[in-house]
Design a protein around this ligand. Sequence first.
Ligand code: HPA
Length: 256
Amino acid sequence: MLAIIGGTGLTNLASLEITRREVVRTPYGEPSGHLTFGRIGAAEMIFLARHGYAHTLPPHEVNYRANIWALAKAGATRIIAVNAVGGIATNMGPGVLAVPDQIIDYTHGRKQTFFEGDEPVTHVDFTFPFCARARELVLVAAEATTQTVFDGGVLGVMNGPRLETRAEILRLGRDGCTMVGMTSMPEATLAREKKLSYATLALSMNHAAGLGTSSEGIKLADADTVLAAGMEKVRLIIAKAVAMHADLPDSERGLA
Ligand code: HPA
């Protein structure tokens, strides 16, 4: 089954016909909230709001392990994660959508593995942090809804919750990051440990600190306006992706 993890600006899906809500207990503590099960058209899916349904959990306090464990337990084989990001590359200005293909992790102090305690040491391959099939699904769904979405990009993941300094963003740019967010790690690696197919649909809601319209600072009110408009496009793409996923043969509904 396909699961959607909604980030900032996406705490619900209007087109989702909710069938049930389930509070999942996990060995890692509480997920961000109940899992919402439902249908878009005839296609079943699960929704989870990463920051809680009232958007109360900051990026560093999200229980990523509990979220991924709960979704896997509930039968998710694929996750499309939605993330609001800041744009670093010149083509990643406010309002632009992208499906990144790489990650650089700058987070610290987050529980980033299920392999601890008595678990045998396991190193998952993470050369390509996103599942090629899941990325393709999002890109094809976007095309079908005539939304422009960039194929590729390097997502730098910062700890937050504060936004970055200008120097940090310049450094991220030198490192090759084309966008910056706060929540894709350890979410992506935990999904990989659970062998889930995982891709991200990123919405740039502002130029990153010190760049473009943020040269004098990030104007959060403007960013919120961009976010609201952008998430309407995201909703259309997600609805299409859910339908397309349901039409795939079983063999293509998981990690490539
Ligand atoms: N930096 C980090 N995370 C973000 C940003 C940003 O500028 N915008 C939205 N999420």
